[in-house]
Design a protein around this ligand. Structure first.
Ligand code: C5P
Length: 206
């Protein structure tokens, strides 16, 4: 079984994906980490994130050890990921890794922006997870505070809106629900209620 979970930043898709994977004994891939690793590699090498050629090279050079760096979660890396992820050659370089991950038994839960539309168009279950921008900013602020990073909630809200805009309006693999995705709005749901709603969708498809 493949469960594709897409949605904007801080919508709750990552938490949901981890819980679904644990519940059904499936492997989990947070595909955002791949784009973050590309940005982090470029930042570490002092490269310009807007340099599409350098971004494509960094994407081809990614190896599994790059996916463990704690700096992947920082705000700057997330911003950088959203810039490099608009480059078609970056997306192409990361496609195989994601498809191979999905194909390995016993199946996978993959979360991202284009999993249901591009990476796994035949996934048995597709969820599109949304929440208001204000609620997502509040969650991201809490997450950063818990990691000891400085927090300016207004700046985080502005980042989230800029990221939504870039992710939804890029030409290659924009963030949008697949035709057969089920919408889960987590604005007023806690993690447990969102999980139960997702399980109900999955059970109806099995
Ligand atoms: O989900 P996360 O915040 O880690 O993603 C960082 C950025 O990576 C997103 O803003 C998006 O631009 C990009 N991304 C993507 N496609 C994916 C996952 C992430 O373009 N499947």
């Amino acid at each position: 079984m493949i469960v594709a979970i897409d949605g904007p930043a801080a919508s709750g898709k990552g938490t949901l994906a981890r819980r679904i994977a644990a519940h059904y004994g499936l492997r989990h891939l947070d595909s955002g980490v791949l784009y973050r690793a590309v940005a982090l590699r470029m930042i570490a090498q002092g490269q310009d994130l807007a340099d599409a050629e350098a971004a494509a090279r960094a994407a081809r050079d990614i190896d599994p050890a790059d996916l463990e760096d704690p700096a992947l979660r920082s705000r700057r890396t997330g911003e950088g990921a959203s810039i490099v992820s608009a480059v078609p050659a970056v997306r192409a370089a990361l496609l195989d890794f994601q498809r191979r991950f999905a194909a390995e038994p016993p199946g996978a839960v993959i979360d991202g922006r284009d999993i249901g539309t591009v990476i796994c168009p035949d996934a048995e279950v597709k969820l599109f997870v949304i929440a208001s921008a204000e609620e997502r900013a509040r969650r991201r602020a809490l997450e950063l505070t818990n990691r000891g990073e400085p927090v300016d909630e207004a700046a985080i809200l502005a980042d989230i809106k800029a990221r939504d805009d870039r992710d939804m309006n890029r030409l290659t693999a924009p963030l949008k629900p697949a035709d057969d995705a089920v919408l889960v709005d987590t604005t007023t749901l806690d993690a447990e209620t969102a999980f139960l709603a997702a399980v109900a969708v999955i059970e109806a498809r099995l």
